[in-house]
Design a protein around this ligand. Structure first.
Ligand SMILES: *[C@@H]1O[C@H](CO)[C@@H](O)[C@H](O)[C@H]1NC(C)=O
Ligand SMILES: *[C@@H]1O[C@H](CO)[C@@H](O)[C@H](O)[C@H]1NC(C)=O
Length: 151
């Protein structure tokens, strides 16, 4: 019975054109966005969104990761941006777009990972191929009066 269910499951996936390993349709790639905070003794609040998805606000505690995944095609360009708040500072930027997807060519059997690191001095993106290290991309800036609330 179990065996039959497994066969049926795989059949349904193939029928729908879904990749058995990562659940994406065969013509789409899977990506993970991973955001790690190494800010000591303090939480970072963040809210990440795409055109279609609002992942909601999330509290990221020290030395923890926030991660999500999605299926992305080369034609239908997915873009995710996040708004970050920490200690009266904030920042907002794109954490994934199609160009960055090309820079995240490493990861897991299911898909590639785009990595971000949040530190007291700013935001770093991991470039695995050309540099093989964290590259600083943005600074924190003081919270503006118009965005005191999360969201
Ligand atoms: C960080 O968040 C966790 C879980 O939401 C909470 O228990 C903890 O008190 C927070 N720490 C600080 C420094 O705000
Ligand atoms: C994606 O973001 C990077 C870094 O901000 C930028 O250089 C690039 O032009 C963007 N690509 C697209 C397709 O928007």
């Amino acid at each position: 019975m179990r065996y039959m269910m497994k066969k049926l499951f795989i059949f349904v996936f193939i029928f729908l054109g879904l990749n058995v390993v990562n659940g994406c349709p065969f013509f789409l790639s899977k990506y993970f966005v991973n955001i790690h905070s190494s800010i000591r003794n303090d939480n970072v609040t963040l809210r990440c969104q795409s055109k279609d998805d609002d992942l909601g606000s999330h509290v990221l505690s020290p030395n923890n990761d926030y991660e999500w995944s999605f299926c992305q095609s080369f034609s239908r360009a997915t873009l995710f941006f996040c708004h970050f708040w920490w200690n009266n500072n904030e920042q907002i930027f794109d954490v994934f777009n199609s160009t960055m997807g090309e820079w995240c060519r490493e990861g897991r059997p299911e898909g590639d990972i785009c990595r971000w690191l949040v530190r007291e001095d700013g935001f770093y993106f991991y470039e695995p191929i050309e540099y093989g290290r964290w590259l600083k991309q943005y600074y924190w800036k003081p919270v503006s009066k118009t965005s005191l609330t999360y969201g």
